[in-house]
Design a protein around this ligand. Structure first.
Ligand code: F6R
Length: 603
């Protein structure tokens, strides 16, 4: 989830690139760079924000062609060397990249064997070296890029500039790229925000299409043949453009979930073998000897942890407890070394969670962090870090990071289950197949947003909202209620469905919608009994279900794709949309709810 900007045209490229990078910086990046091409290719790059890059740039530069990049690290920490652009051995091929190249390890090994020197820890660096070797074989630049891309697996948006070649080349797969058509110039970016001040005439580049930019002339190729693509004229205000055309970051981030989840999973699973590779240094012997896993986390991350605990118990057969970070005190077994403490924190900066990690370390437990943020404080405190790769999240309410946390922890549960021989290959294959289909399942829910808008608007003035679920549906009920209360300021509560009759049922009236989860992994048959109980008290029941027959007990049925133990997590996307549209109907400041902050660095 990095940012790309490119330019070829009559003006000098440098000012277009620097303002483009500044426009993209709202996404919160950690290193930046540009390549300017005017005969030779000159690369400037540095760790830190765009300001830091600007301090290293010449005041003016003659080049009329160039690319810029702001990085959100996925492979390797945010250092000068890992910043993009990356170059080949000659320094003549410069490449910027968004996404993840799954097979980079194997490609890198082959290239090193052929004598290529690598400088960075990134997956991207294989691309300029591959292009270099095809150019050495005598291929023309376009053919060398096409051959290179044919060898890549994963998701990418790539922009390539080569010394002595007047064009700029761009190609994408599962990562956005948009062309902007100006006067005697073509712009290029991962997000139109980068060039909106120059032009609103755009072409969205489809997957596996190669754009060759030569000033005002741009030709797009597919399978080696030129193709004609439609242009669109954008009518966005600059502020809306920053949010990808959405009114709020939260809604943009809800809609980014399929892409975020693809990144979370990318290169980590072998479905046929039923195995997971997370790159953690935890030996089989250690995992087999584990007595207990303790998860520590706050807020939404705590609910992701509660979801994960159930998966760890079921798939990895290891006793797992979850603590609210501010309540944690180490209570490991006889041997702290056999207790693995997992801190779940998207920011990596939550003071309560850091304090829990320090407590666990003092007691002698092993610690790992599941986080979204490379270089964050938690990654320096723990022994091992596992990144959820959701990309930057700006809205205060956590959305896509919850989905990526749950999915990452599900991968961890499978990995540990396999090592401990608690999980059969067949069951692992089923779960990994479900994980692989999660991005598509989330997209199906997002496609039903109009139905959610209608339901949310209908119920926006309710007295209170109750969310119910069992098993994996219980933490999702708690998370659904948290999301709604924090952005709409309405009273919302989540309950284990079976607990309703032990007290909360007294609150239920025809003015309190009940949102129920009836999916695999959430004991739908039993929850249906509770749905009937609240229905008998005339509460409007909104049910998310995989089972069409449940409709007769529901005022509104929201269809959920069946993705095994991930079905409740996919249901949560409905609850996110519901919360968003209730809050929107009330005109709340959705991205910045009162009294809250994105990163809570006080205990
Ligand atoms: C709610 C929300 C918070 C955070 C909590 C922990 O939408 O975002 O509840 O989940 O403050 O934050 P991290 O995950 O950064 O430790």
């Amino acid at each position: 989830m990095c940012g790309i900007v490119g330019y070829v045209g009559a003006d000098t490229a440098l000012p277009v690139l620097t303002t483009g990078l500044e426009n993209l910086e709202y996404r919160g990046y950690d290193s930046a760079g540009v390549a300017l091409a005017d005969g030779d290719v000159e690369v400037y790059k540095t760790a830190g924000e765009v300001d830091a890059l600007e301090a290293t740039l010449p005041e003016t530069a003659e080049a009329h062609r160039g690319v810029g990049h702001t990085r959100w690290s996925t492979h390797g920490p945010p250092t000068d060397t890992n910043a993009h652009p990356h170059t080949d051995c000659t320094g003549e091929v410069a490449v910027v990249h968004n996404g993840i190249i799954d097979n980079y390890d194997a490609l890198r090994r082959d290239l090193v064997a052929e004598g290529h020197d690598f400088e960075s820890d990134t997956d991207t660096e294989v691309v300029p070296h591959l292009i270099e070797s095809y150019l050495e074989d005598g291929l023309a630049p376009q053919a060398a890029i096409e051959e290179t891309v044919a060898r890549l697996e994963g998701s990418f948006a790539l922009v390539v500039t080569i010394a002595g070649v007047p064009e700029l080349f761009a190609i994408r797969r599962d990562s956005p790229l948009v062309l902007g058509h100006g006067v005697e110039a073509t712009y290029l970016a991962s997000d139109v925000t980068a060039f909106l001040e120059h032009t609103r005439e755009v072409t969205y580049l489809p997957d596996d299409h190669l754009a060759v930019l030569d000033g005002a002339e741009t030709t797009v190729y597919h399978d080696g043949q030129p193709v004609a693509l439609d242009r669109e004229t954008l009518e966005w205000e600059a502020d809306a453009a920053e949010k990808g055309g959405y009114e709020h970051y939260m809604r943009k981030e809800i809609h980014e979930q399929p892409q975020a989840l693809r990144q979370t999973i990318s290169g980590r699973i072998d479905v046929d073998a039923g195995t997971v590779e997370l790159g953690l240094d935890l030996s089989e012997e250690y995992l087999r000897s584990l007595e207990e896993i303790q998860i520590v986390a706050a807020g939404t991350s705590n609910y992701a942890g509660r979801y994960a605990a159930k998966l760890l118990e079921e798939l990895a057969d290891v006793r797992t407890t979850v603590s609210i970070a501010s309540e944690y005190a180490f209570t490991g077994g006889r041997d702290p070394w056999r207790t693995l403490v997992i801190a779940v924190t998207q920011s990596g900066e939550t003071a309560d969670t850091l304090s829990a990690v320090r407590d666990a370390k003092r007691a002698g437990a092993r610690t790992i962090a599941v986080t979204n943020t490379l270089g964050s404080t938690v990654t320096r405190e723990v022994e091992e870090s596992l990144f959820i790769r959701a990309g930057p999240e700006i809205g205060v309410a956590a959305t896509k990071t919850f989905a990526s946390q749950v999915t990452t922890l599900a991968l961890l549960a499978v990995a540990i289950g396999r090592e401990r021989e608690a999980l059969s290959t067949d069951r692992a294959v089923d779960v990994l197949e479900a994980i692989r289909s999660v991005p598509g399942a989330v997209q199906q829910v997002l496609d039903r947003e109009p139905q959610v808008i209608e339901v949310a608007t209908r119920h926006a003035d309710a007295d209170a909202f109750f969310f119910i679920g069992r098993a994996l549906g219980e933490p999702v009920a708690l998370e659904g209620a948290l999301k709604l209360k924090e952005i709409s300021y309405d009273h919302a509560e989540g309950f284990a469905a079976g607990e309703l009759k032990h007290g909360p049922l007294a609150l239920v009236t025809d003015q309190t919608p009940v949102l129920a989860i009836l999916t695999p992994g959430s004991r739908p048959e039993e929850t249906l009994r509770n749905v009937k109980e609240v229905g008998a008290r005339e509460a409007p029941v909104i049910g998310a279900t995989t089972r069409p027959d449940d409709a007769r007990y529901l005022q509104e049925r929201l269809d959920v794709p069946d993705v095994d133990v991930l079905s409740p997590m996919v249901t949560n996307v409905y609850w996110q949309l519901f919360a968003y549209h209730v809050a929107d109907a009330k005109g709340r400041p959705i991205d910045k709810p009162r009294n809250l902050a994105k990163s809570v660095t006080v205990e």
